[in-house]
Design a protein around this ligand. Structure first.
Ligand code: SAM
Length: 202
């Protein structure tokens, strides 16, 4: 999909998943537990870009699962369509702004997981708005936080703690980790929605 190596194990072909290219791979190597994306999952993926991580999520959920891949930048969305969605029936590209989650109401029902990787100042609020619109009760939020996109001046740890506190209104935060040594810029948060209304965000 993106020049990754292929290896053959026991007569099966496997793709190398590069943690320097994919924050989800870095989080798994960092001890992500549990990993809520599984065979058959429905995943709403915000910030699909050219589809590097989306392609791996598509492999994991398999033919019974589905990935709704939201991307608003037309240049990268073109690559997402050509390189990933055109070859993978379980990937549905959604060329929309993630700030308007009601614009892409789905007939497939609620998502098991909302995965968000958008480097925007209001990234946590956007993720929470998507959870309110599309996440099932007791579903999972996987949130990549880029502290410098939120506030360049404040200490990143303080920025991340503030974002985690916003999530805690409606979620149990199960893990919050840095992604070193693969990525110095981001934190990765795994949280499970509590029953009832999800609060926080715009
Ligand atoms: N998740 C990708 C991966 O691992 O392969 C990388 C994502 S990249 C850091 C962030 C992406 O979010 C960019 O492609 C950007 O265009 C997209 N993005 C930012 N704000 C957005 C928004 N409001 N709606 C939809 N996509 C957005």
């Amino acid at each position: 999909m993106y020049g990754e190596d292929l290896v053959e194990v026991g007569g099966e072909e496997w793709r190398v998943w590069n943690p320097h290219r994919s924050k989800l791979a870095a989080a798994i190597l960092g001890g992500l537990d549990p990993m809520p994306i599984a065979e058959g999952s429905t995943v709403l993926y915000l910030g699909a870009s050219t589809g590097t991580t989306v392609s791996h999520v598509s492999d994991i959920v398999g033919p019974r699962g589905r990935v709704f891949a939201v991307e608003h930048a037309s240049r990268v969305a073109r690559e997402l369509l050509d390189r990933v969605a055109a070859h993978r029936p379980n990937v549905t590209p959604v060329l929309q702004d993630a700030r308007s989650p009601r614009e892409y109401f789905s007939v497939y029902g609620k998502a098991d997981v909302v995965y968000s990787d958008i480097a925007q100042p209001d990234q946590t609020g956007i993720a929470l708005a998507n959870c309110r619109a599309h996440l099932r009760a007791e579903g999972w939020l996987m949130l990549v936080i880029k502290a410098r996109s939120i506030d360049v001046a404040r200490e990143p740890a303080a920025v991340i703690a503030g974002e985690v506190a916003r999530i805690e209104g409606g979620f149990d935060v199960v893990q919050s980790m840095g992604l070193e040594p693969y990525d110095r810029d981001h934190a990765f948060v795994l949280a499970r929605a509590r029953a009832g209304r999800i609060s926080g965000g715009p």
